[in-house]
Ligand binder design. Structure first.
Ligand code: NAD
Ligand code: MG
Length: 392
């Protein structure tokens, strides 16, 4: 009999978490849920627990954890709380695979714990890699973890690389690689004039044309900070200089990214915009499983468009590229300032078109330095959050 893979989901109540559970439910002969986790949504986590019967449930919030434990007192599910609880299930002996789908820098420590325990880590939480890229990749190698990118673009790049390269390759490995083209939809404001960007609301910013996602990443898509984070993410994942990665706008989100080779070949991964494709590929790699994704009908789509990004209306792209080239703690500062700015925008305390200025201002105020431990990363992150909050 085939052994079931035990999966722990960091952030099971979010958009990626829910899609992951849908993939697992359709493949219950291969996967079982070992642990489910969330920030504070007791109702939703309880519902998921009753449906998937994990061994553990973790709530980051301690009060919520107490409430969940009392709701689940008629079950055998153990309820834990806090970062320690998240790290515990992520590195547990009985966890084979960890889906890292917490949003933001708060996901770094538990994801890192999974890497250090040598797990198969499915990485959706791009902020964690952006903050601690070198440490993260070194740790993957040192602890023999398996890192599979879930971000659709990086999953596409991974699929277009030779299988034996795993998530690692560099320009001098003799495989004929020449560059990567990272595609982006352009977000909800692709055609919105610069003056209009001053008055857009959080709900307008979160109405993404092709993807249904959490609110933070939806705002990131609208400012194109998301593409900047993805540029940095790709540099770390594949050991590449930012100059080898081009960003191109492709409004239909059918081609999820492309790899160019020296001989003129271009490999592109295509599919309907549905996160169950990259999630299932991460879970089953090197195999493929059925997940109910609608078949791509190119004749119905009829045409695919491509254009160069507008750096005037989307200045965060320019900032992101500079940050990628600078390296060291610059990505930490960029990410932290953005998280503060986005939270302020979502709370109605900052205009949409002021987000780039908060990021730029924080980058100008905080000196870039080398970071060689997780503690140093978290310290630079704290400093940047404080500076950015001061600029609001
Ligand atoms: P979401 O807001 O829908 O869900 C976030 C999850 O994180 C929730 O389960 C929430 O409970 C949990 N969480 C938040 N704060 C927490 C805390 N302090 N402690 C513990 N858990 C906490 O977000 P999402 O859209 O699912 O995105 C998750 C991650 O995946 C993000 O890093 C995002 O950039 C990345 N990602 C998402 C998509 C997508 O299609 N949604 C695509 C690519 C990458
Ligand atoms: Mg993406």
């Amino acid at each position: 009999m085939k052994q079931l893979q035990s999966v722990s989901i960091l952030g099971s109540t979010g958009s990626i978490g829910v899609n992951t559970l849908s993939v697992i439910a359709q493949n219950s002969d291969r996967y079982r849920v070992f642990a489910l986790t969330a920030n504070s949504n007791v109702k939703q986590l309880e519902k998921q627990c009753r449906e998937y019967l994990p061994d553990y449930a973790v709530m980051y919030d301690t009060t919520a954890a107490k409430q969940l434990a009392s709701e689940l007192s008629d079950t055998n599910i153990t309820v834990l709380s806090g970062i320690q609880g998240l790290e515990y299930i992520a590195s547990h002996d009985e966890t084979d695979c960890v889906m890292a789908a917490i949003v933001g820098g708060i996901g770094l420590a538990p994801t890192f714990a999974a890497v250090k325990a040598g797990k198969r880590v499915l990485l959706a939480n791009k902020e964690a890699l952006v903050m601690a890229g070198h440490l993260f990749m070194d740790s993957v190698r040192q602890h023999n973890a398996m890192l599979l990118p879930i971000d659709s673009e990086h999953n596409a790049m991974f699929q277009c690389l030779p299988v034996n390269q795993k998530a690692q390759f560099s320009n001098d490995s003799g495989n004929g690689f020449s560059k990567i083209v990272l595609t982006g939809s352009g977000g909800p404001f692709l055609d919105t004039g610069k003056e209009m960007l001053a008055s857009v609301t959080p709900d307008q910013a979160c109405a993404h044309p092709n993807w249904e996602m959490g609110r933070k990443i939806s705002v990131d898509s609208a400012t194109m900070v998301n593409k900047a984070l993805e540029l940095i993410e790709a540099c770390f994942l594949f050991g590449l200089d930012e100059s080898l990665i081009e960003i191109i706008i492709h409004p239909q989100s059918i081609i999820h990214s492309m790899v160019y080779y020296r001989d003129g070949s271009v490999l592109a991964q295509m599919g309907n915009p549905d996160m169950r494709t990259p999630i299932s590929y991460g879970l089953a790699w090197p195999n493929r499983i059925s997940v109910g994704v609608e078949e791509l009908d190119l004749a119905a789509i009829s045409s695919l468009d491509f254009l160069r990004p507008d750096l005037e209306r989307f200045p965060c792209l320019r900032l992101g590229r500079k940050v990628a080239a600078t390296g060291d703690s610059a990505p930490i500062i960029f990410n932290a300032a953005n998280e503060i700015a986005v939270a302020a925008f979502l709370a109605g305390n900052l205009r949409f078109d002021q987000i780039p200025a908060i990021i730029d201002g924080t980058l100008q105020k905080q000196a870039v330095c080398g970071v060689s431990t997780l503690e140093e990363v978290l310290e630079e992150d704290r400093k940047a959050r404080k500076l950015a909050s001061g600029l609001l």
